[in-house]
Design a protein around this ligand. Structure first.
Ligand code: PMV
Length: 350
């Protein structure tokens, strides 16, 4: 009928890279200068919930995030809408009985249960949920890999949130970006002992957006050229092996080194970009001290485009790691209430 409202909802989890994506090869297609690998966090803890609706009555495309209207005129959001509508059109052209959803406007309603744009990969969960909610609404037969190719155009890191567990984004070599998609390295069940503690140093919006930051790094940092040519390709292989072998020591060393290398490239950008602050540096020292006290590597820090630390560790070391973090940070200022919160890594999206 005229008034019929079509709707679909989904959750998408946050993922935190252990081999970082930084740098765009093609800005329009949003393809990266290097492959990356991440751990998907449990969607019970950090996630975006998104509902996509459409009806003939819907007046315009819109997106609200935590109740606030968002600007959707940007090329990246538009690319996602366009690709999904084209796929729906294709279905409708093959089956005349299908309602003409591709011609209707979309109303997207999203809720994050964590701070937005504070280096907690909010755009990753956000675009993954947006793309899957619309794909569900349109009843597209697309695979997670297909959807990851679309989500990539919204936000690079989003493509990895279409998979649970351990996922990677293959940079691809095709000029049209058709092979720049995510794949599953291992399901969550392969290494279910993985845990993450999020240390919130600041819940404020980051001052340099990842897009602006990356472009400046690509244009000005000689260290970054070394990173994409000689550092990341070897680390991707080693990290996949560490995950396959459930080798925490290797996983941790690679994670910390890659975070350091990424932030060194930010520092080597001209003018330099500082995502970490003195609280972040204290978190690094704390992890170093925890590992030294354990006489082996029991935790690994990593930082995205913001000052908040994500610390990976195994469940068997919960007391040693999360306990030590809580003990030290308990009487420090500058950390939010959620400090030291232990969350389960490697959730599986719906
Ligand atoms: O997806 P974007 O454009 O927000 O970039 C994310 C970049 C990092 O979070 C710093 C690294 C990564 O691989 O997620």
């Amino acid at each position: 009928t005229q008034e019929e409202v079509y709707r679909a909802s989904t959750y998408a989890p946050v993922n935190i890279a252990v081999i970082k994506y930084w740098g765009k090869k093609n800005v329009e297609l949003n393809t990266p200068t290097n492959s990356s690998l991440s751990v998907t966090l449990s969607q019970d803890d950090l996630r975006t919930h998104t509902t996509a609706l459409c009806s003939v009555e819907t007046a315009k495309d819109s997106l609200t995030l935590n109740g606030k209207d968002q600007d959707i005129s940007g090329a990246r959001t538009q690319a996602c809408f366009r690709e999904l509508r084209a796929l729906r059109k294709e279905l409708e052209s093959k089956d005349a009985s299908l309602p003409k959803l591709a011609d209707m406007k979309l109303k997207i309603v999203s809720e994050n249960n964590f701070p937005t744009a504070a280096g907690l990969a909010s755009s990753a969960a956000g675009f993954a949920a947006l793309v899957r909610a619309i794909a569900n609404l349109y009843q597209l037969p697309s695979s997670p890999a297909d959807l990851s190719r679309i989500a990539r155009q919204g936000s690079g890191s989003a493509c990895r949130s279409l998979f649970g567990g351990y996922s990677a984004w293959e940079q691809g070599s095709q000029a049209d970006g058709s092979d720049s998609a995510a794949y599953e390295v291992a399901p969550a069940s392969h290494w279910p002992e993985m845990r993450a503690a999020i240390l919130v140093a600041s819940a404020e919006k980051k001052d340099v957006s990842s897009t602006a930051g990356m472009q400046l790094t690509v244009a000005t940092s000689p260290l970054f050229q070394e990173r994409i040519k000689n550092v990341v390709p070897k680390r991707m292989k080693a990290m996949e092996k560490a995950v396959h072998d459930r080798d925490f020591e290797s996983f941790a060393a690679l994670t910390m080194k890659d975070s350091n290398n990424f932030h060194a490239c930010c520092m080597d950008t001209f003018p330099p970009i500082f995502y970490m602050n003195s609280t972040s540096h204290a978190a690094i020292r704390l992890c170093d001290a925890i590992n030294a006290a354990a006489d082996k590597t029991v935790c690994a820090y990593t930082f995205d485009a913001g000052p908040n630390a994500v610390v990976y560790y195994l469940a068997e070391n919960e007391t040693q790691v999360a306990g030590a973090i809580k003990a030290v940070l308990g009487d420090k200022t500058g950390w939010e209430d959620k400090r030291g919160q232990s969350i389960k890594a490697a959730g599986t999206p719906l």
